[in-house]
Design a binder for this molecule. Structure first.
Ligand code: NAI
Length: 242
């Protein structure tokens, strides 16, 4: 089966791409910038004996997503697994947040996922099989000070997941959301030390997660074993309490 992982060049997306390749899926991973890192991840996937492509595409652009999906369809075939992983944060207190700062995060994290899902669903319907997995966040469940834009986008992704699961279930397409807590990636490396230390105190397992911790759940949700699970939001947060 062919899997598309957005933002699969690094961090959580790269771990997901690798685990899907290990499960025997051909993988297309996209990135916005950083082609070398993306190509290195694709090479790791190929080492699992599957086909893998690293393609540049800004998923905030509808035209770029359309071009991406039609290229994958003509070069590899129809997409069976979509992982909407690409995401950005532009943190700041809500009172001082510029409208563009809010919109940019919504466009990438939420609208981008909606557009790509809409683009891949017709082939999944035809095949009467599909898996859509949206990477949301604990911030979308509980909210987070300084992340009104990000939390709104991630909460929106949960609503999108639940609605799509209801619309697509009769065609054997499952749609689920995975909500990571604090995972060690470039995104969390930028957090101030005080915030990191405060977060650690609230995690039962006493450590930040690894990208592979999230990828394991995504690979499971993409597998046949998860065929009767849809419309769910699963936290991978080490028992974080907020
Ligand atoms: P990261 O910053 O390391 O990687 C993000 C990826 O998204 C990169 O490959 C980047 O190129 C891609 N991307 C960003 N904007 C894009 C755009 N417009 N078009 C195409 N690709 C774009 O982030 P990380 O930590 O690996 O996060 C992955 C996902 O997990 C994100 O959706 C993030 O919100 C979510 N998440 C991460 C958590 C963490 O603690 N690291 C916690 C909860 C959720």
């Amino acid at each position: 089966m062919i899997a598309l992982v957005t933002g699969g060049s690094r961090g959580i997306g790269a771990a997901i791409a690798k685990q899907l390749a290990e499960a025997g899926h051909d993988v297309v991973l996209t990135y916005r910038s950083g082609g070398d890192t993306a190509e290195a991840t694709a090479e790791l996937c190929r080492a699992c004996g599957v086909q893998a492509l690293a393609l540049q595409a800004d998923i905030a652009s509808e035209a770029a997503s359309e071009a991406l999906v039609s290229r994958i369809r003509s070069e590899l075939g129809p997409i069976s697994i979509l992982v909407n992983n690409a995401g950005v944060n532009r943190d700041g207190l809500m009172m001082r947040m510029k409208t563009e700062q809010f919109s940019e995060v919504i466009e990438t994290n939420l609208t981008g996922a909606f557009i790509l899902s809409r683009l891949v669903v017709p082939d999944m319907m035809k095949a009467r099989h599909g898996r859509i997995i949206n990477i949301t966040s604990v911030a979308g469940i509980y909210g987070n000070a300084g992340q009104a834009n990000y939390s709104a986008a991630k909460a929106g992704l949960i609503g999108l997941t639940k609605s799509m699961s209801r619309e697509l279930g009769s065609r054997n397409i499952t749609v689920n959301a995975v909500a990571p807590g604090f995972i060690d990636t470039d995104m969390t490396a930028a957090l101030p030390e005080k915030l990191r230390a405060g977060a650690l105190e609230r995690i039962s397992l006493g450590r930040f997660g690894e990208p592979a911790d999230v990828a394991g759940l995504v690979a499971f949700l993409a597998s046949d074993a998860a065929g009767y699970i849809t419309g769910q939001v699963v936290e991978v947060s080490g028992g974080l309490s907020l």
